[in-house]
Design a protein around this ligand. Structure first.
Ligand SMILES: Cc1cc2nc3c(=O)[nH]c(=O)nc-3n(C[C@H](O)[C@H](O)[C@H](O)COP(=O)(O)O)c2cc1C
Length: 254
């Protein structure tokens, strides 16, 4: 049986993002998945990494987050809220992340969930990352909304290419070994339309919710985001001249 973790980063479960995450959960249950949910704002997830999460970390020592995480992993003192999320992540075969774009990035609560939950020494090590990541064989999907229109979010749009805005998050999951599917983005989602335009938006969002079951059922065939293999880089970690470039983030000299 497929286990699916749905992560929602939005302060209002009644928002479109909340309704979309709920539609994902319904669709997954209908397909027979076991569904796990992390509604980060509803959980009051503390998204700020810091010393207070590691009570055994010596007070007179400079706080090194990677060392604090690694030592907690080794000593069995992983913070309880992080341990619970790690438990869900390791059980999941599929992770669906629902969130709006806020300032060209995910909401801080989701970035902070990455910072704290993707624990060094537990979910990744120097030897287990990228091609050797612990989550090899597992899939992740971003379901994301923007206030900007589809045109403004395109490759030449004034709000920046949504695929590039999402790349750091996708690369994070790739670092852990995940296969990251092409994102599903719904654009022009905001409360400033009136009259006919507002009705058109409602109809469009309703169709997204109605179509979510088909989207989830079709994930097997959904294309993946392409990433470089470890062998594409030289000993210094630079892209070899004959290796492909899949993103402007990792490119040959312009
Ligand atoms: C703090 C904040 C920053 C935002 N920044 C962006 C942005 O950079 N690009 C964009 O397209 N929309 C931006 N928006 C609009 C949101 O993406 C939009 O409100 C959301 O996708 C609507 O979904 P919802 O109805 O589920 O909240 C921002 C909204 C907020 C609250």
């Amino acid at each position: 049986m497929t286990t699916t973790l749905i992560v929602l980063a939005h302060p209002d479960p009644g928002s479109f993002n909340g309704a979309w995450a709920e539609a994902s959960a319904r669709a997954c249950r209908k397909l027979g998945h076991e569904v796990l949910v992390s509604d980060l704002c509803a959980m009051g997830f503390d998204a700020v990494e810091g010393r207070r999460h590691f009570p055994t970390y010596a007070e007179d020592r400079a706080f090194d987050p990677l060392k604090a995480q690694e030592e907690a992993a080794g000593a069995g003192t992983i913070p309880a809220d992080v341990a619970a999320e790690i438990g869900k992540l390791t059980r999941a075969d599929l992770v669906i992340l629902h969130f709006p774009i806020w300032w060209f990035a995910p909401p801080a609560v989701l970035k902070g969930w990455f910072d704290r939950v993707l624990l060094h020494g537990r979910l990744h090590t120097v030897d287990q990352r990228f091609d050797t990541g612990m989550f090899r064989g597992k899939r992740a999907l971003f379901c994301v909304t923007t206030g900007a229109s589809a045109a403004e979010s395109g490759h030449d749009g004034k709000e920046g290419d949504i695929h590039l805005l999402l790349w750091p998050m996708a690369q994070t999951l790739r670092y852990l070994g995940f296969t990251v599917l092409q994102p599903e983005a719904v654009h022009g989602v905001h409360g400033y339309f009136e009259g006919v335009e507002e009705q058109a938006l409602r109809a469009r969002l309703g169709a997204v919710l109605d179509g979510q079951a088909d989207l989830i059922a079709g994930l097997e065939k959904r294309p993946e985001i392409a990433f470089n293999a470890d062998a594409d880089f030289d000993a210094d970690g630079r892209l070899k001249p004959d290796s492909p470039s899949h993103s402007p983030f990792i490119r040959h000299r312009p």
